[in-house]
Ligand binder design. Structure first.
Ligand code: ARG
Length: 471
């Protein structure tokens, strides 16, 4: 039995919980991370309690001073967290009350149920802002790598088979687009996180005349048009964590995108591709094979995706069977939330740092992109321009490819007679002297100028757009 009964048990209980119960139920070992937001919430709540006459001016001043002092001590690592006080809320309140008698009034019309709902909303709100900054950093790293290698062409792949040529920048910008949608999702989620639950009490609000708007305003729960955002149902406010799940889901998609990027990086640094080289400081070695230089950042980025998915599923499962309203199960949300936020934030930052320290092997890219088979589709387009329907054109070029394979010649070395030899005998010859011109990579890239295509002009336009947007 702990000597001192925790704040939540005074009165009703004869003593503290059994030691193993305290150990099983405590959350201070992880929810201490909410301290800053817990104090912010208490400061706003106290200001409001003064406004409605619950706290005298002197009491408010004493409480605010006490909380600010505790803030300083926690920030300096001097605060002693006590497991017997269960969680961050009671640790801070108990310490305050020991120093400031008026602290005993702070919990007026407040429950840990609306307090924790507030704290996690404030925490997620800050986390989204920070994560958006990291994502922008990764986008900038991708754009920079594209800009530094604006003339580099590589094979684009489908089925991991060489398909058609693309600018490396086009490939990189594909990720910039994905990341932008991740930002939009996070920002959208932010609008539902940014709603103040304080004043919901344990489940049913309070009989005291709280000024919820004032608290919300002080804590910045205001939308883009300046309207104060308050939860509209106390039962919903203390029991749902959908905003957290939205964050976890947006983070999971972000992790998917980063994982795909990581996979590309891992392929590209392999000797088989050899498209890029990562600076030593951003790679690791092997304990056995002296020649090894491994892309561990990218591998871990890919690997960590699993726990981000797991956290999302955990949170969904945590919520699905809960009867209204608050249930202690909800305490299990925090470690999943923290782990998701920590994981995606670090992963995003490290991937950006790695890309900022990556060089492109232009010669290897040029060699791979010079494969004329990449332009077989352009040859079919050539026949379409000459009036052949696409299906037969596709068939004819297929036969051209087969002939090239049979004769052991690259596509662009076939003679005009050989090309014409595979055309169906219709009286019209579609292949002309200019046919082999399609294998000029430079001209081929200049032709791809549809919006969103990897053409020379289009890609530099997109690079410029992103540079501007991200600056
Ligand atoms: N540690 C709890 C949580 O994370 C705080 C709320 C506890 N409320 C209660 N009535 N026991 O959810």
């Amino acid at each position: 039995m702990s000597k001192k009964s925790p704040v939540s048990r005074s009165g009703r209980f004869t003593g503290g919980p059994a030691a193993e119960v305290a150990k099983f139920t405590e959350s201070i070992s992880f929810d201490w991370r909410l301290w800053k937001h817990d104090i912010l919430g208490s400061l706003a709540h106290a200001a409001m309690l003064h406004k409605i006459g619950v706290l005298k001016k002197t009491e408010l001043v004493a409480i605010s001073k006490g909380l600010n002092q505790i803030h300083k001590e926690i920030a300096a690592g001097q605060f002693k967290w006590k497991a017997e006080l269960e969680d961050v809320h009671m640790n801070i309140e108990a310490e305050l009350t020991q120093r400031v008698p008026a602290g005993a009034k702070l919990h007026t019309a407040r429950s840990r149920n609306d307090q924790v709902a507030l704290d996690v909303r404030l925490w997620v709100r800050d986390e989204i802002t920070a994560l958006l900054g990291e994502i922008a950093g990764l986008q900038r790293a991708l754009v920079s790598l594209g800009e530094k290698n604006a003339d580099v062409i590589i094979p684009g792949y489908t089925h991991l088979q060489r398909a058609q040529p693309v600018y490396l920048a086009h490939h990189l910008l594909a990720y910039v687009e994905m990341l932008e949608r991740d930002c939009e999702r996070l920002w959208d989620c932010h609008s539902r996180v940014n709603v103040c639950p304080l004043g919901s009490g344990a489940i049913a609000g309070s009989t005291l005349p709280l000024k919820r708007e004032l608290v919300a305003k002080l804590l910045g729960f205001v939308n883009a048009s300046g309207q104060i955002q308050l939860t509209q149902n106390s039962m919903d406010a203390v029991s749902d964590r959908d905003f957290m799940i939205e964050f976890a889901a947006a983070a999971a998609l972000l992790a998917v995108h980063i994982s795909r990027l990581a996979e590309d990086v891992i392929l590209w640094v392999s000797a088989e591709f050899n498209y890029i080289k990562i600076a030593d400081a951003y790679t690791t070695g092997s304990s056995l094979m002296p020649q090894k230089k491994n892309p561990d950042i990218a591998e871990l980025a890919r690997g960590k995706t699993g726990r981000v998915f797991g956290n999302l599923i955990s949170l969904l499962t945590l919520l699905k069977g809960l009867p209204m309203t608050y249930n202690r199960d909800l305490q299990e949300d925090k470690e999943r939330l923290f782990d998701t936020a920590d994981t995606v934030r670090a992963t995003t930052r490290l991937m950006a740092a790695m890309l900022n320290n990556t060089r492109v092997n232009k010669a290897a890219c040029a060699a791979a992109a010079s494969d004329p088979a990449l332009l077989a589709t352009d040859l079919a387009d050539y026949l379409v321009r000459k009036g052949m329907a696409f299906r037969p054109a596709h068939h004819v070029v297929g036969a051209v490819v087969a002939l090239a394979e049979k004769t052991g010649k690259p596509l662009n070395q076939l003679t005009l007679a050989e090309l014409q030899g595979v055309e169906p005998v219709t009286g019209t010859k579609y292949f002309g002297r200019d046919a082999l011109g399609v294998f000029n990579l430079k001209t081929a890239m200049a032709k791809r100028n549809l919006t969103g295509a990897p053409g020379t002009k289009e890609v530099s336009k997109q690079l410029a757009r992103w540079r501007e947007q991200l600056s």
